[in-house]
Every structure is written in C-alpha cells, then in structure tokens.
Ligand binder design. Structure first.
Ligand code: SF4
Length: 230
C-alpha cells in the first residue's frame, strides 16, 4: 500500500474507528497491517494496551525504549509483565551508553540540553525501530496534554512515516484505572506514590495534590514532550 492509499484508507476508517472499542481497533489494525508494533513505556495506559494485545493478538511485537535511565520500579514492572504474559519485550537502546554521552556531551545532559538527551536516548532509537514497521500502536490519550488533544484513533504519522493507532485516545484516567482494576493488570507501583506520568528517573518527580498530572515531567523547564508524539 503506498502513501496515497494509506491516506485514503485512514480518511475512510477514521470516523468508523472513532466509535469502535479499543479491542476492535487493535483487531482491525493487526489484520490490516500485520507488520505492526506497540510502543510500551510501562505507564498505566501502556499496561492496559499490553493486556488487550495479549488477548487480541499475542504475537504482535511490543518494544520499549530503554533510555538506561528508567526507575528501578519500571524495570521491575517490565519483568513482572514478561513473566505474567510469557512474552519478551523488544529492548531498543540508544547508540551510546550514559558514560559515552557524558564524555561526548557533558555530564547531566538532561539538565543542560534535555532535548538533545531525548533525541539521543529516545527519538533516534524510536526512528530506528519504527523504520522496520508499517504501523504502530500507542497509548496516548487526548486529555493527557494540549499537544495530544487532537490525536485520532487512526492517523498517518508523518514524522516517522507509518500509520499510527491510538486505540484509547478518548479514554479518561478513570477509564484506564477501571480497566486495570477489573482485569487485574500489573502496573508500575510508582503510580501509587503520586507519579501519574512516569519517564526517566532524572526528569520525573511526584506531583502534588491539584497539580497537572504531567507536571512531574521535566519539572522546572518548558519542555513537555520527548519528541515522540507531535
Ligand atoms: Fe534524557 Fe530526561 Fe529525555 Fe530521559 S527524559 S532521555 S533523561 S532528557
């Protein structure tokens, strides 16, 4: 399918998928684009989607970007999920180690040039892995941030050059936690310690009552996204 055909298909399906359940969207996505992958960051939305994928299409590749800077709790969540679902997450890592990064760009690049740090440890590895696929699935939701408010359930990702599915784009935080509780899904214990959004340890803090759920990401800077989602 060439780009024009994909754009036409997306146009036709966008409205229909808007009203479909996440499981229906995933089923249609994996049937239409067998060469598809899911990007898992082990946040609440992503553990929901891993659980759904295991029920709908357990052979679909699931990868995670290992920045080398995740919380220990995040790595433990990965290990527990691999054991529960008998699956192996594809580990995608940066081209340079944290030590090489410090030598080449200076210590604590996440403080001096966080965009460059994210480019090295997230955007380049994501670009590399996505170049192998025709479509990807993400856990982004419209109410997570103004930058995500217009996310469609299916769209063409011009940044990375493939079709993108956001099956729970219209879910609320409550929907996510209802699914986790009713399906006994493993989740990152940091969520119980006031970390609604979890990224690298260097750039994530707990939020205070009443704060925006993403206020704990790159706190103190004007950065709000890694560069993975437009
Ligand atoms: Fe670096 Fe922080 Fe981005 Fe992680 S979130 S890659 S530590 S700047």
């Amino acid at each position: 399918m060439n780009l024009l055909e994909k754009e036409e298909l997306i146009k036709v399906k966008a409205e229909e998928l808007e009203h479909a359940t996440p499981e229906e969207i995933i089923r249609w996505a994996v049937e239409t684009f067998p060469n598809i992958t899911f990007a898992c960051s082990f946040g609440a939305e992503d553990v929901v989607l891993v659980d759904m994928l295991q029920k709908v299409s357990p052979s679909t590749d699931v990868f995670y970007l290992d920045t080398d800077f995740h919380f220990q709790e995040t790595y433990e969540t990965r290990d527990k999920m691999e054991a529960k679902y008998n699956l192996e997450f594809v580990r995608v890592s940066p081209q340079i180690t944290p030590e090489e990064q410090a030598q080449q760009f200076g210590e604590e690049l996440w403080k001096t040039e966080p965009n460059q740090c994210c480019n090295i440890r997230k955007v380049e590895p994501l670009t590399r892995i996505l170049s192998q696929y025709d479509a990807w699935i993400t856990g982004i939701r419209r109410d997570q941030a103004p930058t995500r408010a217009n996310a469609k359930k299916i769209e063409y990702d011009y940044k990375f050059g493939l079709v993108k599915f956001n099956p729970i784009a219209d879910w609320t935080t409550e929907d996510v936690w209802n699914y986790i509780r009713s399906n006994d899904v493993i989740y990152n214990p940091l969520h119980d310690r006031h970390f609604p959004s979890i990224g690298c340890e260097h750039c994530t803090r707990a939020v205070m009552p009443g704060e925006d759920p993403r206020a704990g990401r790159w706190s103190g800077s004007d950065k709000t996204e890694c560069g993975l989602h437009k």
